[in-house]
Ligand binder design. Sequence first.
Ligand SMILES: [Zn+2]
Length: 316
Amino acid sequence: MSEPKTLQEAIIFYSDPDNCLRKMVSKRWPNGVVCPTCGSTKASFNAARRTWKCGSHHPRREFSVKIGTIFEDSPIGLDKWLTAMWMISNDKNGISSYEVARGLGVTQKTAWFMMHRIRLALQDENGKMMGGEVEVDETFIGGLARNMHVNKRREKITGTGGKDKTPVLGFVERGGDVRATVIPNRKRNTLHGLVKANVSAGSALYSDALKGYEGLDGEFFHQVVDHAVEYVRGNVHTNTLENFWSLLKRGIKGTYISVEPFHLFRYLDEQSFRYNCREDLDDSGRFEVALSQVVGRRLTWKRLTGKLQDSETRTN
Ligand SMILES: [Zn+2]
């Protein structure tokens, strides 16, 4: 069977552990297998165990393709991991842990933990500064806004928000990627800090008239569109981000029954990933990108979230 193009084909293809292994090896070690401990390229393969043994003498000589990836310390098989990745990287509106659980034949709790681990892999961590024309905008997620009439909602969402809503700040480089993050508040220090951490000085910066953005025109070519007056003035607008917010909110409203503020950042990462991969990529292309990020991840899940790891082990 050739490389899968659809979810159904992916499920069949990755039910074969050798297909999983070949796929992972091609992503992980495109130029040949390398020992993760010493960097040696002289490792012998044990086909029965699907592991390698390093040719140099040191502790931890035996290694699997999962080492150094987000799958490293998981008891779940690659067949389920790769299928889950396919589902998550391709469902436009986001997929619920119930759907993943049904699709993979695991408990909802296990699916939930798998999805959070995959979302970690979808995080944009390259830290590249944005430049050229950059839109910055803030919005509120959650709470009552979801059940409101659209006009009322727009008013609420662009307003100050309520106690039950979580503020989120987004950036988009026009013609490029989007980046979104949960913020503690919309104060000047918070907004200025994030703008300077994400946008190269000297870039064109477009925002609404929120007070917190004032004073950025020393470092940026900052232009403001006052939404009380107008939404677009020539190329001064934040419409690219507004479109992203709509997608994000549709996903949360339609699929995720509720998103706790603590977990919101993972949903933001997932939606940003899909948005940034939207052009020129089909389902299999998005899966390839997601998988490359998984195998390149150095941090293990355990180190990042010791608490979640414990619960996951219990549910398996
Ligand atoms: Zn070695």
